[in-house]
Design a protein around this ligand. Structure first.
Ligand SMILES: [Zn+2]
Length: 181
């Protein structure tokens, strides 16, 4: 038996706060949803998709980019996308969400972090997203100045269940890992 490992009185090396276990990495989670409606363009992952419905929102309503922004901000404990880019501000009206992602990347950098990797899932009944994923990955990797290998995007449906299944909306989930520089 390793006594040190089991001895609660062994003085521990107290890591600085915000540095769990002495690691220099942090994880964040993001979630977003937008309603589908006619007469709007459909933007997901920074690219425009051909579809008869688009996502409704103050910005271009890019649900995937918004989830990724929230994951990055969460990892750095920098609140959320609505805090930095409020939907009451006219400067963000119909804004290209790629600009919000670029600004988010800068906030992360300013706090002394660099991106490790992102893993995201978009949940949409239609259109089929899989053929477009490589272009989304490249687009987002370019904005975040990282390798495409660090941007994972997955697509799923809701098996025709719930509001996603009824094609009333699209949701996205993302986790992000960041590293102290
Ligand atoms: Zn959103």
């Amino acid at each position: 038996m390793n006594e040190n490992r089991n001895n609660k009185n062994t003085p521990s090396q107290n890591p600085p706060s915000g540095n769990p276990g002495g690691l220099n990495i942090r994880i964040g989670f993001g979630y977003d949803m937008h309603r589908l409606q006619a007469g709007r363009e459909l933007w997901i992952g920074g690219i425009k998709l051909d579809h008869e419905l688009g996502l409704q929102g103050h910005s271009d309503a890019d649900v995937l980019i918004h989830a990724i922004c929230d994951a990055l901000l969460g990892a750095a404990n920098l609140r959320d996308i609505g805090y930095h880019f409020p939907d009451t501000a006219t400067e963000f009206e119909n804004i290209d969400s790629k600009i919000l992602l670029e600004k988010t990347g800068r906030l992360i950098e300013q706090k002394g972090y660099t991106l490790g990797n992102i893993d995201a899932t978009v949940c949409a009944e239609r259109p089929k997203l899989n053929p477009h994923i490589p272009r989304m990955q490249q687009t987002l990797a370019d904005i975040l100045k990282t390798d495409i290998e660090n941007i994972s995007i997955k697509a799923t449906t809701s098996e025709k269940m719930g509001f996603v299944g009824r094609e009333e909306g699209i949701t996205a989930y993302a986790v992000a890992l960041i590293r102290k520089i």
